[in-house]
Design a protein around this ligand. Sequence first.
Ligand code: IVH
Length: 703
Amino acid sequence: MAQPYEPNRPDTSVEEMDADAARAEIERLSGLIADADIAYHSNDAPEIPDADYDAAKRRLKALEHRFPDLITSDSPTGRVGAPASDGFGKVQHAVRMLSLSNAFEDAEITDFDERIRKFLGLSATAPLAYTAEPKIDGLSLSLRYEGGLLVSAATRGDGSVGENVTPNARTIADIPDRIDIDGVVEIRGEVYMSHDDFSALNARGSDSGAKTFANPRNAAAGSLRQLDPTVTASRPLRFFAYTWGELGKPLGSTQMGAIARMSQLGFQTNPLTTICDGPEDMLAQYRKIEATRASLGYDIDGVVYKVDDLKLQDKLGFRSTTPRWAIAHKFPAELAWTVLEAIDIQVGRTGALSPVARLRPVTVGGVVVSNATLHNEDYIAGRSNTGESIRDGRDIRVGDWVQVKRAGDVIPKVVDVDLSRRDASSRPYVFPATCPECGSDAIREAGDAVHRCSGGLICPAQAIERLKHFVSRGAFDIEGFGAKQVELFYNDTDLPIREPSEIFSLARRDAANLPKLRNRDGFGERSVAKLFEAIEARRVIPLARVLFALGIRHLGETGAAILARHYGTWVAFETATTRATVGSGPEWDDLTSIDGVGDVMAASVITAMQQEAERASFDRLVAELEIQAAEKTVVFTGTLEKMTRAAAKARAESLGAKVAGSVSAKTDLVVAGPGAGSKAQAAEKLGIEMIDEDAWLRLIGDA
Ligand code: IVH
């Protein structure tokens, strides 16, 4: 049984933790979540309450937010859903099942519309229709029909590979066994349970001593994910169709038309789905749906807006895990009042000064919260970044009673203040003009909401955070050189390491450095040799890792992989980003046309590459390395012995490679295990480089 989760105890708040405590806590929470996932998904027998599970996940996310270098590649927060459980067969989705980005405020819906118009080059007044529909709180299911017959039903799983629940899906009355349409048709939607059916099921369960469920969503998930379909058949599940995967022929030319077509084919579609002609209409529809929420008879947790025209959806495409053409507007989160005891400033990897509210601990929706974000100077002062007043201009002061909101996202925020309880002696909060870590000026540039420490790499907080990021798992991942060693070497008087290139020059100057190192605590001759070996092993490194390791703002692991795949080599990347101008020109257009690269990421990459000191430090690093060009297309064939095919694929993709299912002239590399057959022959015929699994692991630096 998983350990019960103890929510944020005041003595272990995320903000107060050091890296070692955080690592231990991340390990504990990851284990707890993994256990809970197995209990819930595989055994259909949840062992901890939903609220505790959510709290554990939220805390893990908060820890990862504060210590990004401690994020593990298999972190439960990085998954879309959970991996397919072993008890079920696996189904590879022909089209990935993605998730939706979330919005919580009305203004985010206007922003969404503006973003879309900008992307499509539409003026503010050009007609642009959206659909609005309830966000059903159940679990998604993909139904594949071939020649009109239901051939498979799969859960989302990790988005790429789901669980085969076909026999179970066949027992659901809302899911037709056959539809009047030829070719391939994948219908996707949500399996859910009504409130009445949920109560009746739980009543039956408690009468007979069987398991009861915490909420209808859990009941629906637990009922669908049964190894015995007769159990599913006894559970009152329902299904709303709202989207699709692979299609032989389009279902329509608009979202609304496609929904009508799915209804015609015999699927239930949500009757509250409407067309809206813009943000105002969308928000009106949101209020309408929110007002019906209590009487609907099933759970919804927000409203989903989608661009109605499917051609425009195609143009807009996807970010790494979410479509650009849709957004989920969630219903408000839970709120609570407490006392603001202090405001602390944290300095991040990119120098941003973040004000953190230290709160008298308060329970918000079942979780004890003792820290919350205050965003930035303007937010504390009661104005938006553009100078308009927020909270009717009420500022926030130490000692105030404040309202805390824990939205569907991770970090709680202070959202309001009660002036009637303000102490007469309180004074407005003055945002520091200098960095609390290095004393450099904290500069707020015009148009930017954030104060940034101007110390750059001389600011120990920034430099250390950057180095920690540099050696972290998805980046250089140097064995024996983690967060602890970063702190140790940074503060060393003999052999300080203040920037990434110095890690490599340390190993190069080994003759001179060895004696100095050898005399240190914990550094015997053998351990120094081992450390140098580990550093040397990373001198040859894939481009995607290097790009991620640079620690450029807004450039995460996925973004780095996308850029590596696009540019192929460091030289190509460097040339393009050095020549580019933010906002226009061929290099800018090329960069922002990449699926998965937005304007913000593009601008940030260009700025970093053109900032003199930063660039000089990149160049010093690159001079130490042998950067491998991103493999374009890889094919795995035969039996892999060190990992599953899915894991191999995910890893290759995370490094910027494209993984194909068959060998063609476009293939760059074939990884062949024992039993490789026709694909290996094809590779030989086409003269494509072929290596075994071990060579592959060495190539990507995982050996
Ligand atoms: S559209 C490309 N529409 O919400 C993504 N999703 O948070 C297409 N969901 O995984 C999803 N109601 O399980 C869509 N009306 C609706 C929905 C809906 C519920 C779920 C779905 C999705 C999750 C994302």
